[in-house]
Design a protein around this ligand. Structure first.
Ligand code: MG
Length: 451
């Protein structure tokens, strides 16, 4: 079956050679160029084999409508966001399907403020795309391509303004980093060695986009990193996703502590040593966040799922840190985007300041277990299912900003329609795996009653 093209708030993505073609990439780039206006557009990509082809198509599209592409080459998505702002560009395009499997690719569109387009702006671009008939410039007005070397220089400089690199360097940490054959394979070892003084054992560090493990940094995909940390006696193991915006952690015993711990630990470090203020996370993020926030006497504000929704709320509230339960950490003092490099620096700073190991820090945070499930549905069934869930749990505290989130005190369940698949997603969290499993099963039954 041909994979459908997905157009949404997180960009335009599909399978290369099926729904995602150079023609499409070029047309979207033209539409984006018309939307952003003539001027510089920063273009970066991850290491996927299709990246070069899509980049060339994007360049042609941008030039055709009078924009000046600034190519930064293979670069982390957070770096592309930062450079769009730093280079005073009209916009940016990150060519990456992030944690999707290798055959996928995508265009993520960036506003001139260095943040992803929100839903309204994305709709405007898609509207221009559907109208077609883009005003093409005559030959005399075509602008040449610029290349920007060393794209991470500014990004690393920003991180070093925020963390205490001297103190971290003195520790001479021994770390393993699993780069997933993505952008980290180009930058992570050097960053950890040169900027943070670590001894580094790299894994999957060929930047060829041929993923040797499943690209999502979930515990089950990190077997090699877990073994490496244990065998080599590393103090911490880091796992990135292919475009370097998410980070998962393995403790010194070789245990993957779960992606949601990345944000909880970074939050603890920021609130202890950087700044006090509100923190923001999606409704689907672990209650561990609430535990950390209570410890520091600050408020947690919840948002809809999606990076731009978290960033919007953070800017409105002046939040000091925010993120998602998938290992996405957003530190606005560096830049308002998810960034695995900032997260690595914060975690090493946490080890430095606390003098504790990752396992010790992990033990201090209450245990919560998460279960994720999904139920296939037809789109038309969604409203009825959501109403049924709402009514079934009307006596519980509910959050209705993104599907239905039901509070059970120490446990919760979040049910929402997926933006990317015809399914209802169920996420439950509870202090024990059995309790989380039971809650997820109960909600699955409720949904199936309505099919
Ligand atoms: Mg990613």
């Amino acid at each position: 079956m041909r994979q459908m093209l997905k157009i949404g708030v997180s960009g335009v993505r599909g399978v290369v050679g099926e729904s995602f073609t150079p023609q499409l990439a070029s047309s979207i780039a033209q539409a984006f160029g018309v939307y952003a206006g003539r001027g510089r557009i920063v273009v970066g990509r991850d290491t996927r084999p299709s990246g070069e082809m899509i980049e060339l198509a994007v360049v042609a599209g941008l030039q055709a409508v009078g924009c000046k592409p600034v190519l930064v080459g293979v670069a982390p998505t957070p770096t592309v966001l930062m450079l769009t702002h730093a280079l005073d560009a009209r916009g940016g395009i990150a060519i990456t399907a992030s944690h999707n499997p290798g055959p996928w690719n995508a265009l993520k569109l960036i506003n001139n403020d260095g943040l992803f387009l929100d839903e309204t702006r994305m709709e405007e671009v898609i509207d221009i795309y559907h109208q077609g008939d883009f005003p093409l410039v005559p030959e005399i007005e075509l602008l040449r391509v610029d290349r920007y070397e060393e794209p991470m220089r500014d990004h690393i400089w920003r991180i070093l303004q925020v963390v205490d690199a001297d103190a971290i360097c003195q520790q001479r940490f021994h770390v393993a980093v699993d780069c997933c054959n993505g952008v980290g394979a180009v930058y992570s070892q050097r960053f950890l060695e040169e900027a943070l003084g670590c001894r580094v054992t790299p894994l999957f560090d060929q930047p060829n986009g041929l993923f040797e493990r499943e690209p999502e940094p979930l515990p089950r995909n990190l077997e090699k990193l877990k073994a490496c940390v244990k065998e080599q006696g590393c103090q911490i193991g880091f796992a990135q996703d292919p475009d370097g915006d998410r980070l998962a952690v393995v403790d010194e015993t070789g245990r993957a502590i779960g992606e949601d711990l990345t944000l909880a630990l970074c939050m603890d470090q920021v609130l202890t040593h950087h700044a006090k203020g509100p923190v923001v996370a999606t409704v689907s993020t672990s209650k561990r966040i609430d535990f950390i926030a209570r410890r520091h006497g600050v408020e947690v504000v919840r948002t809809k799922v999606g990076e731009i929704n978290v960033v919007d709320a953070m800017q409105r509230l002046g939040a000091v840190i925010g993120g998602e339960n998938n290992g996405g950490v957003i530190l606005p003092a560096v830049h308002a985007c998810r960034d695995s490099f900032t997260a690595m620096a914060l975690l090493l700073e946490l080890l430095t300041c606390s003098g504790k190991s990752v396992a010790q820090l992990f033990e201090e945070i209450p245990t919560y277990c998460t279960v994720k499930d999904k139920v296939p549905i037809k789109a038309v069934q969604t409203p009825r299912i959501m109403r049924h869930i709402r009514q079934s749990y009307a006596n519980r505290p509910l959050n209705l900003m993104d599907g239905v989130w039901v509070d059970f005190g120490e446990s919760w369940v979040h049910v929402r329609r997926s933006n990317t698949e015809p399914v209802i997603r169920i996420v439950s969290e509870a202090p024990t795996p059995e309790a989380a499993q039971q809650l997820a099963a109960e909600f699955r039954r409720r949904i199936e009653e309505m099919l």
